[in-house]
Design a protein around this ligand. Sequence first.
Ligand SMILES: *Cc1c(COP(=O)(O)O)cnc(C)c1O
Length: 383
Amino acid sequence: MITDPNTHGLSTLCIHAGTHLDEATGGACSPIFTSTAYAFPNPANANIYPRYFNTPNQQVINRKLAALEKGEAAVVFGSGMAAISTFLLAHLKPGEHAIFQNDLYGGSMRLISSELPRLGVELSWGANVAEFATALRPETRLIYVESPSNPLLHCVDLAELAALGKRHGILTVIDNTFATPINQNPIPLGIDAVIHSATKYLNGHSDVNAGVVVASTEIVNRVTASAVSFGGMLDAHACAQLERGLKTLALRVQRHNENAATLARFLAAHPAVSKVNYPGLPEHPDHAIAARQMRGFGGMVSFELCQAGQVERLLSRLRMVMPALSLGGVESLICVPSRSTHRTMTAAERQRAGISDGLLRVSVGIEDAQDLLADFTDALAMD
Ligand SMILES: *Cc1c(COP(=O)(O)O)cnc(C)c1O
């Protein structure tokens, strides 16, 4: 079995790492093990049970993601939020303090600001490593970021963040969903734990909800111990579907990167567009950070129309790009953050965060670039 990230490239790991060899038939794919009852004690002397996060199909994903993210271990969950909530609850206790990036995924924001204070955890927020350093307290337990972030694609210097964490003995955690392990590996930069919503690029086909935590064996064991009680596991069929999606991750992400760069340049030059946010563009404020720590700039682009009143018209005129909230699938999707992912913020909060009413976010798919550009050309045209 190929699982060594030091001897094999990411495309090879996507396909081969973690596969459960089919010794019964010699089949090329991991068999699907559907049992929820296993002989006990079994020959491996472990009590296998889906909610113990240790079935063969769960282990396939765990091994593949550990290899792709260059971590010691991984654990797969039934959703990105199950991974995030279990990670935070496994580490934080009353009286402790945690620092979070300002612009996180909406579901993470809700979890953090509505659940953690109830449990007696103190929160601080910041935009970059300098602000995180200012927020540090003796009782700070962890710093949690997203890079690139949603929807403005802010990037945090991960090597600097890791150094800050190590200096103060504080856990550093990143939601790496937007970047994917193909574009960015935070663990070799010193970050302690990587979380993904596998619902997005990792599965990539908009048909599985899943999440994953990758870290040292010690951290993953701690998270898994809590996970067994919280119960957010992924079943065997979904694991097998996610495994199939992962086999083409490197190839898909390469096309997502290319198409997003093409669309970002097209939009930046369009007279109806006032601003484009894409970390691959030299004018993006965090381009230098992104260029240092990413191998590709990802498939997410956001942009502002000169006239916010034209948003509805644009959405109604797109024929291929679908107005929808999720991201990371093979098909291109577009959404209006002020009305969807960030609607629970007040207008003033949105303005402070730089999320205008005319801002649109595109999850650029892997269609032919010329068809994407044609769809936007027609939809943006003044008739
Ligand atoms: C979608 C998403 C999540 C939540 O994942 P689910 O699988 O929907 O629970 C977390 N973080 C980011 C960045 C996401 O895009």
